[in-house]
Design a protein around this ligand. Structure first.
Ligand code: RIB
Length: 294
């Protein structure tokens, strides 16, 4: 049976400039390439989970503009249910992304994503209740994140909180999460003492450390060494793959290994969604790297 994953989050159009260096304040440089890609942490996670084989529903908001049309079209083509994505009377979310040496810096202008209100989540209770797992990130208003967390709790559905971009959170949102997946800098924003937090939230707090892999209380799962082309969407691929495996009943260590493999495959392409792998590709990659797949 396909795991049912609901993603509550953002959809953005990514405007990506690739250059050999980052301009300093007041400096103009010539870049190498400019591309537009569908993105947004929520939409990326939805696409990644769908490619892996989950039945995915997205709850979010786009604008009534050409970017909104394109973002909806791409999700639909990827097999994601889009009938719970609303249309706000404003522009769609946009991310301005600079890629240098495969690594990115991102400025997000939330636009329609910030029109996703708590009440627009509360009316989706039945969708949430029908899910095996819910994925939530932080490119939507915090009161909406809180409403989503409460709906999951009421419906007894576990959620993964991917606290990106980093910001402080109501304790309730942390306490009620089944898993929390910050990277190292996000963890530093959330917790005064990361080591203490790892113990306090054992088996719940999973910290991603890029090429150093993933840690959780008592566990370290190695990353796979690959030369990145563009790391945009790596965290989203990791979270989607983690959700896919946890919803399928895998143990945390196996789910992290699978998620690391999915992220490694994703970062060797330009753009967030283009390189997101299929389940069979993740399994082959794990075998090629001497791992015993699930
Ligand atoms: O996680 C990557 C995503 O962050 C990009 O697609 C961009 O839209 C920003 O939301």
């Amino acid at each position: 049976m396909k795991p049912k994953i609901t993603v509550i989050g953002s959809l953005n159009m990514d405007l990506t400039a690739t250059s050999v260096k980052r301009p300093m304040a007041g400096e103009t440089i010539l870049g190498e390439r400019f591309e537009t890609f569908p993105g947004g942490k929520g939409a990326n996670q939805a696409v990644a989970a769908s490619r892996l084989g989950a039945e995915v529903t997205m709850i979010g908001m786009v604008g009534q503009d050409p970017f909104g049309n394109e973002l909806m079209h791409v999700l639909h083509q990827e097999g994601v249910r889009t009938d719970h994505i609303g249309r706000a009377d404003t522009s769609s979310g946009v991310a301005v992304i600079q890629v240098v040496d495969g690594d990115n810096s991102i400025t997000v202008i939330p636009g329609a994503n910030f029109a996703l209100t708590p009440s627009s989540i509360e009316v989706k209770r039945e969708v949430i209740a029908a899910s095996d797992i819910v994925l939530i990130q932080l490119e939507i208003p915090m009161e909406t994140v809180l409403a989503a967390a409460r709906c999951c709790k009421e419906a007894n559905v576990p959620y993964i909180l991917n606290p990106a971009p980093a910001q402080q959170l109501p304790l309730e949102v942390i306490e009620q999460a089944a898993w929390i997946t910050p990277n190292e800098s996000e963890a530093a924003v959330l917790f005064d003492d990361t080591e203490k937090a790892l113990k306090e939230y054992a088996d719940k707090l999973v910290i991603t450390k890029g090429e150093d892999g993933v840690i959780y209380s008592g566990g370290h799962v190695e990353a796979f060494p690959v030369q990145p082309v563009d790391t945009t969407g790596a965290g989203d691929t990791f979270n989607a793959a983690l959700a896919f495996q946890l919803a399928s009943g895998s143990a945390l260590s196996e789910a992290c290994s699978y998620a690391n493999a999915a992220a490694a495959l994703q970062i060797v392409s330009h753009g967030a969604q283009a390189g997101m792998p299929l389940h069979d590709e993740v399994i082959s990659f794990l075998r090629q790297n001497g791992q015993n797949p699930l």
